[in-house]
Design a protein around this ligand. Structure first.
Ligand code: SAM
Length: 228
């Protein structure tokens, strides 16, 4: 059995996604997994997200909220950040760790976001998509598109399997096949198909592939339609 399964939570009625259960163990493993570079890696994601003071940010599949808290600091003092995740244990943990009045956490799923159309300036999501069945991933990205305002920015990061066969086998043994075979090279295609304009993609050492994108500004015909 892959050790990663020990981190899985109870199945949730709200989603077929694989949730995280023991939040503290996930945090400890995260620190180990990034070999002391976790702060640098996640601060890099915040910078790539383009989140600025005053922005409204959504973190989809926030887990225990490490990235959410970092991005909340970047949009302070007037911005706001919400992290959502279907796992009650990680949301409870994230709420306990949170000290920022403009940062909050809620139960929710990527495939049915409980948010109004166009209500965020920035959406971020890290290491979440491979937790969803492949057929739900386009739905989740479509939801991220819907809740971003026109011109709003998206940053998605996911696990990039090692290039060596031995490295991939090791990941498979420790974390399971979803990570061993994560088709991260398909990410920018999926994001483009959801309607986003992809601006950049790249790797962050040691484990992440990221894609930066934005929701196109409303066209003149969209604006006319909205006014009718
Ligand atoms: C590997 S963790 C990543 C957590 C955090 N974003 C990070 O970078 O450390 C994946 C997260 O996705 C969540 N998840 C699973 N199914 C989901 C869904 N349908 N919608 C949103 N999040 C989901 C899990 O509960 C888990 O917290």
């Amino acid at each position: 059995m892959a050790l990663g399964r020990l981190l899985h939570g109870d199945p949730q009625a709200t989603t077929p996604g694989i949730t995280i259960g023991p939040a503290r163990a996930y945090e400890a493993l995260g620190t180990l997994f990034f070999g002391g570079r976790r702060r640098r890696v996640f601060s890099g994601l915040v910078a790539l997200s383009g989140a600025r003071p005053g922005d409204r940010v959504l973190d989809v599949g926030c887990g225990p909220g490490y990235l959410t808290r970092l991005v909340a600091a970047a949009v302070a003092p007037d911005g706001s950040t919400v992290g959502i995740d279907p796992s009650p244990t990680v949301i409870e943990y994230a709420r306990r760790k949170n000290r920022n009045a403009h940062c909050s956490f809620a139960l929710g799923t990527a495939e049915a976001l409980d948010a109004r159309d166009g209500s965020f300036d920035v959406v971020v999501s890290s290491l979440m998509l491979h937790h969803l069945p492949a057929k739900l991933q386009p739905t989740a990205l479509g939801e991220m598109f819907r809740v971003l305002r026109p011109g709003g920015r998206l940053l998605v990061a996911d696990f990039r399997p090692p290039r060596s066969r031995i490295g991939r086998h090791l990941v498979g043994a420790l974390a399971g096949p979803a990570m061993e075979h994560n088709p991260v090279n398909l990410l920018d295609g999926l994001i483009g198909e959801a309607g986003f304009t992809v601006h950049a993609r790249g790797d962050i050492h040691p484990w992440l592939r990221y894609v930066q994108a934005s929701r196109p500004e409303a066209s003149a015909s969209d604006a006319a339609g909205a006014a009718r």
